[in-house]
Design a protein around this ligand. Structure first.
Ligand SMILES: [Zn+2]
Length: 159
């Protein structure tokens, strides 16, 4: 074992990668120059280890990704649910409006059949049309809201 051989092993020994054999150990114990070099390498190694940033815990990144995925999924579900509720509401309002319109035709037919006074008929039409019109305005507004939500949800989930 020469000093040249020992010098090539110093780094590995200081880093703990190499368990020195008896022959190597004897050389470091008897050769002051190599012992000094090894001590220096060990101090350097310690400084490097102390300076090293803490390793990211192994499960940290997958855990964060899973959390993000779960939150995103939950948000999409909420949007889906709101969207479905809005659509159902819109259909109910449209159905109610259609029923109101059918009732109105029935009333008109009955009124015509009974040959009521024209003023009374027009008065009835105006009276019956008002809530139906309100229903249509509300249904249109709700449909627009639902379409807007759908557009928003599509944009949210497609990037
Ligand atoms: Zn030596």
């Amino acid at each position: 074992m020469t000093c040249k051989d020992a010098a090539e092993l110093i780094e590995a020994i200081a880093a703990g990668d190499l368990e020195p054999s008896d022959e190597i150990r004897t050389h470091f114990e008897t050769c002051p120059s190599c012992a000094g070099a090894l001590a220096m390498a060990r101090r350097l190694e310690l400084a490097l280890v102390a300076d090293r940033p803490p390793a990211t815990p192994e499960k940290f990144v997958p855990a964060v990704l899973q959390r993000v995925r779960r939150e995103r999924w939950r948000m999409e579900q909420n949007v889906d649910r709101l969207f479905n509720v809005a659509i159902v509401l819109a259909f109910i309002i449209v159905a109610v409006g259609a029923l109101a319109l059918m009732n109105l035709s029935g009333v008109l037919a009955a009124a015509a059949g009974a040959s009521s006074a024209l003023s009374e008929l027009s008065g009835q039409i105006a009276h019956q049309m008002q809530p139906a019109l309100n229903t249509y305005v509300a249904a249109a507004g709700l449909l627009l809201t639902a379409l807007g939500m759908w557009w928003w949800a599509e944009r949210r989930t497609s990037f």
